[in-house]
Design a protein around this ligand. Structure first.
Ligand code: FAQ
Length: 330
């Protein structure tokens, strides 16, 4: 369970830099302001390091937990082609988790510490993965909406100020782009299919729309980390800015395939050049963040079981590496 009182700064939130050599701080801030990448061996404020470990490790956990909703459909994909594509996508998500854990490790935190934090419930992962995948159309909706939202958030992260995180994002974004298209293509096939198939696609959109726009995080006026993260150029856009971009791009995609976004208040606003949309149920968002999502317990159980059942693989890999090292030494 998450005990953080969200919406208010807490002990983990970035703090004003204090007790650090002002010359080092000034040099660091100048480099960030000049859009230079900060690299693992460079000096950095402790609060910057902590913020990055928090965000990158949570991002990694999201990728790994995010394999579960789609993994559940690998045996039920409707054709061999769909199965092969989905398998490749789920494997990509595992890869993203690995690049991200590696990026976080360069900040001096171990993989074991991060995994412990996930399994003990101390670390967060994206709210979106606590919703169930009830039909095949949900797999289309995840690719289209969830990967679509992930791309919107991650393209700017290719220019985040920490070098290893930015570089990891380059490949991740290329792969997410394929994921988004495969999801949209599933939705397009269903929406253009029989009335039952179209209804299935619409139902998936109805259930995934609001959780997808919640993925971008709390509104800017209730986002305790945003101001500092923007100053340090960890985040390049605010939660609300990215959410708006996502809505603006996705609504025409829904219209193009004849589906209806489940928001009666959605209306084009010519003055702002974007859509106005209805009120987000933030109570639901915070409940899911607290670990009360519809399938949160199943997701954590699946992760812990996978870790326990995979112990023999980790032991075998370590034993193999020890043997190779001994052979090399001899
Ligand atoms: N879920 O002050 P802010 C994917 C927490 S990858 C849970 O605004 P921040 C690929 C937040 O951690 C999806 N918790 O925080 C894929 C903070 O609590 P803390 C993941 C959330 O960090 C697709 C508190 O609320 N992407 O989908 C959420 O400045 C398909 C206050 O929030 C990333 O992680 C949430 N949705 O902004 C895989 C991208 N939102 O930590 C498989 C990188 C907020 O202080 C299948 N991360 N919180 O205790 C980010 O860009 C940022 O961390 C945000 C949050 C934007 C997520």
């Amino acid at each position: 369970m998450y005990t953080t009182e969200l919406g208010k700064p807490d002990a983990k939130a970035p703090v004003a830099i204090g007790g650090e050599d002002p010359a080092l701080v000034a040099a660091f801030e100048a480099r960030v302001a000049a859009d230079e990448f900060i690299e693992p061996k460079d000096w950095m404020p402790e609060a910057y390091r902590r913020t990055l470990v928090r965000q990158i490790s949570q991002h990694a956990h999201s990728e790994i937990v995010g394999m579960l909703p789609e993994g559940n459909w690998l045996t039920r994909a409707p054709s061999l082609r769909r199965k092969a594509v989905l398998l490749a996508k789920v494997q990509d998500e595992g890869g993203h988790g690995l690049y991200l854990y590696c990026a976080a490790e360069t900040l001096g935190t171990s993989r074991d510490e991060m995994i412990d934090a996930l399994h003990s419930g101390k670390a967060k992962y994206s709210t979106i993965f606590n919703y169930p995948t009830l039909t095949w159309a949900d797999i289309g909706a995840i690719g289209w909406l969830v990967d679509g939202a992930a791309i919107m958030n991650q393209v700017p992260l290719q220019r985040t100020s920490y070098g290893p995180y930015a570089r990891a994002m380059v490949r991740v974004c290329k792969e997410e782009s394929f994921h988004q298209r495969q999801g949209y293509e599933i939705m397009m096939a269903l929406a253009g299919g029989t009335p039952d198939q179209k209804a299935m696609a619409q139902d998936a959109l109805n259930r995934w729309w609001w959780p997808s726009i919640m993925m971008f995080g709390p509104p800017d006026d209730n986002s305790p980390n945003s101001a500092q993260s923007m100053r340090w150029r960890i985040k390049r856009d605010t939660n609300d800015e990215l959410r708006q971009k996502f809505v603006d791009v996705t609504v025409p995609q829904a219209e193009y395939i004849g589906l209806t976004v489940p928001d009666p208040d959605l209306v084009w606003n010519a003055d702002k050049g974007g859509y106005d949309f209805g009120a987000i149920d933030w109570e639901e968002f915070y409940a899911v963040v607290r670990g009360e999502g519809p399938v949160a317990k199943e997701r954590m159980k699946a992760r812990r079981d996978a870790w326990d059942e995979g112990a023999w693989v980790r032991e075998a890999a370590s034993a193999y590496e020890a043997t190779r090292a001994a052979r090399r030494a001899a």
